[in-house]
Design a protein around this ligand. Structure first.
Ligand code: 5RP
Length: 216
């Protein structure tokens, strides 16, 4: 399972130091939350931050767009250094086109669904996506409690993946800690985003702890 530290919970006063600690850790991804103050009630980072981080990190950049009009932003984040670009089903009436555009830019395309969104509505894009992100909290803020009934959604998605032979990875985001990551893995998740859990302690140690509990 891939661990993706979310820099939303990093120490912004000393971001470079936290990025260096992630570099040394077992994490394979760096998760970067992009919030526009409209799609979610919070603001975070822009393409200039992603471009700047690209110079000091070799991790896979997993960019999660929590924005209205994602089509306006995908090329900017692709140019800035994103490897995976995630767009919300709820943010675009033309999500198939948006995902196709991400792939045309040579990036991995990810569809993201909010807790209240059922997987049935994304069935038609599952053959073309590289990742599906199941939000396990309502997006916008770090430090929220994991929504337990999202485990059923992850398991249903994993069943569909096996039934139809799809190749996408299942990602989970929100409230991930040593207990919830094990439940997500059992349900079929392949990537776990963790913010407050990782940055509330020693970064390398916390990433290792997550890896250790899922290996048991
Ligand atoms: O997408 C997000 C918020 O919208 C964050 O990535 C997520 O909440 C991670 O934070 P935590 O692990 O503290 O729950």
């Amino acid at each position: 399972m891939i661990i993706a530290p979310s820099i939303l919970s990093a120490n912004i006063n000393n971001l470079e130091e936290d990025i260096q600690k992630i570099e040394k850790s077992e994490a394979q991804y760096l998760h970067i939350d992009i919030m526009d103050g409209h799609f979610v009630p919070n603001l975070s980072f822009g393409p200039n931050i992603v471009q700047s981080l690209r110079k000091i990190s070799t991790k896979v950049f997993d960019v999660h767009l929590m924005v209205e009009n994602p089509d306006e932003w995908i090329e900017k984040f692709a140019t800035a250094g994103a490897d995976v670009i995630g767009v919300h089903y709820e943010s675009s009436p033309h999500i198939y086109r948006t995902l196709t555009e991400i792939k045309k830019l040579g990036k991995q395309a990810e569809i993201v669904i909010n807790p209240a969104t059922p997987i049935g509505v994304i069935e038609e894009v599952l053959p073309i996506v590289d990742q599906v992100l199941v939000m396990t909290v309502n997006p916008g803020f770090g430090g929220q409690a994991f929504i337990e009934n999202m485990l059923d959604k992850i398991a249903k998605l994993d069943d569909m993946k096996k039934k139809f032979g799809y190749q996408f990875k299942i990602e989970v985001d929100g409230g991930i800690n040593e207990k919830t990551i094990q439940k997500c893995k059992k349900s079929g998740a392949n990537i776990a985003v963790a913010g407050s859990y990782i940055f509330a302690g020693d970064i390398e140690d916390r990433v290792k702890k997550l890896n250790d509990v899922i290996e048991d």
